[in-house]
Design a protein around this ligand. Structure first.
Ligand code: MSP
Length: 503
């Protein structure tokens, strides 16, 4: 039997500024899922990368007095370094200026053009450079783009158009037939509302004279490919579509993670493009909320409420930041980020619950058993609870309720802490006749921490590997293994403090 496949993508971020908490958040969620599926034994592929074409990037590079290619090259390096700091285990870092990507974009354009789905027309509309798309009158709030608070420019120009409207009835029917296609549900409803009236055709080119930074159309050298048409195709070009083996393996399982501001390109443009190309629709589109400043308002420099995740990582460690983002914010909802929130969460869950238990177990093993892990049967009730936990966490992760999955795991660790309090191992240690009872307690805690640390590895890969090595265990490699200890396993005498209190 071949292992199921799992393909997860983040949006490819605009290469016009440094990574920030929004890009970090989506990337951490994707990394959690990729690591989770790898541990579950699935054949996994995790894509992130950069969106390097378009007006916004061209203008930013110009404003910095540089040309676009060196500008995006430098940002690519900065993003990759950041992902390394946060232990992001991507399989591919896509860049849309990659020549191979350009070749595939031109191939798709030719195919869709030959099929009669692309035509030339004059167009007038309101363009937001921040969104890199024309906005409809209905989308404007007080004549401004609601996401960027600027008045979109009125533009009149000749563009090539993709017959998107033609695919509206099909897309609507797909969404109605597949309730799980877009989640959480309110974004599915938002998409259905957009599809209940004409969506129009999509302008897919820009005059090169105005935007000299993009992939030229194969049949019209005066026009370059519209940045969204180019960028969305990265999800396929990464798999070497249409002939690559990776395309056959991974495409059917693809799940896209996005923020709510880019719902329309992913829920409307992308599926209709896929349909025109004859490529099956993605498996799931998962829409995340926005992280806001501590005051609950959109982060902005002028409000002074911007939280810098990199400063937090320096102070508290990358894994504490990862854990906070995953545990605190239900996926799909907006949430206010604050340093105080991170501190409280880390103190309660990481230092006082998990770190405390590891420390207690290590001290007892070293004091009572000379560091040797007892090969004893764990307490049956605790073991059953641990096994139930694996099933419960798997179900919660599949429903994208990652915060609840982590809560469940921490509740189990609390149970283990209570078990120590109830069993009074320090008294058992004083009575040689109860040595077996003490072995049961120690073996139960050890097994419990083995299970909990495997399950927490996707959230905190670095810290869990430290935790495990402080108990003489190898880094988690699979959910299937574990709960078996080599006879004679000894824990190291020295181990650093896993989660310093009050950092
Ligand atoms: N380049 C496009 C995506 C193309 S995908 C084919 C783009 N890039 S972006 O850099 O502007 O945004 C990337 C993602 O970051 C979006 O999903 C956006 O929702 C997310 N975030 C930006 N700020 C955010 C927060 N404050 N909170 C959470 N996510 C937010 O759009």
């Amino acid at each position: 039997m071949t292992a199921p496949s799992f393909y997860v993508t983040t949006p490819i971020y605009y290469a016009n500024g440094s990574p920030h908490i929004g890009s970090l958040y989506t990337t951490v969620v994707a990394d959690f899922l990729a690591r989770y599926h790898r541990l579950a034994g699935d054949t996994t592929f995790f894509l992130t990368g950069l969106d390097e074409h378009g007006e916004k990037i061209f203008q930013t590079a110009q404003a910095r007095g540089t040309s676009p290619q060196p500008f995006v090259d430098e940002l690519a390096e900065r993003f990759q370094q950041t992902w390394q700091t946060f232990n992001i285990s991507y399989d591919i870092f896509m860049r849309t200026t990659d020549l191979e990507h350009g070749r595939i974009v031109r191939h798709v354009l030719e195919q869709v053009y030959a099929a009669g789905d692309i035509y030339f027309a004059e167009y007038e509309g309101r363009y937001c450079v921040g969104c890199e798309r024309f906005l409809t009158e209905k989308e404007l709030v007080d004549d401004l783009c609601p996401d960027h608070s600027v008045a979109p420019e009125l533009r009149h120009e000749g563009n090539w158009f993709f017959r998107m409207e033609r695919y509206r009835p099909w897309l609507r029917a797909e969404l109605l037939a597949q309730p799980e296609l877009i989640g959480p549900e309110r974004y599915r409803n938002e998409t259905l509302a957009m599809l209940s009236e004409p969506i129009g055709d999509l302008s897919i080119s820009r005059p090169r004279a105005r935007v000299p930074w993009g992939i030229p159309l194969p049949w019209d050298d005066e026009q370059v490919t519209y940045v969204w048409f180019d960028a969305l195709l990265n999800y396929l070009s990464a798999l070497d579509y249409p002939t690559g083996a990776a395309y056959g393996t991974f495409w059917p399982s693809v799940q896209h993670l996005i923020g709510k501001d880019i719902l329309k390109p992913h829920a409307i443009f992308w599926p209709t493009m896929l349909r025109a190309m004859g490529v099956p629709l993605y498996r799931r589109l998962l829409v995340g909320g926005f992280l806001l400043g501590a005051d609950g308002r959109k982060m902005s420099k002028s409000l002074g409420n911007v939280v810098d995740p990199f400063a937090l990582a320096e102070r508290y460690g990358a894994d504490a930041v990862r854990y906070y983002l995953l545990r605190e914010f239900p996926y799909g909802q907006d949430g206010a980020v604050s340093e105080a929130g991170l501190r409280e969460r880390s103190a309660a869950d990481l230092a006082n619950t998990l770190g405390n238990l590891v420390n207690r177990l290590r001290v007892m093993l070293l004091r009572y058993r000379d560091g040797a892990v007892p090969l004893f049967f764990p307490d049956a009730a605790l073991l059953a609870e641990g096994n139930d936990l694996v099933a419960a966490v798997t179900a919660l992760v599949a429903e994208m309720r990652i915060h609840l999955a982590l809560e469940r795991i921490m509740r189990f660790v609390q149970t283990l802490n209570r078990y120590v309090d109830d069993r009074h191992p320090w008294e058992l240690a004083r009575d040689p006749a109860r040595s077996d009872d003490l072995d049961t307690v120690l073996a139960s805690l050890f097994t419990g921490l083995d299970i909990a640390s495997i399950l927490l590895t996707p959230a905190m890969p670095g810290k869990m590997s430290e935790l495990r090595s402080s108990l003489g265990l190898a880094a988690a490699a699979s959910f299937a293994e574990g709960r078996t200890v080599e006879p004679g396993t000894r824990i190291p005498v020295e181990a650093g403090i896993l989660f310093p209190k009050g950092a």
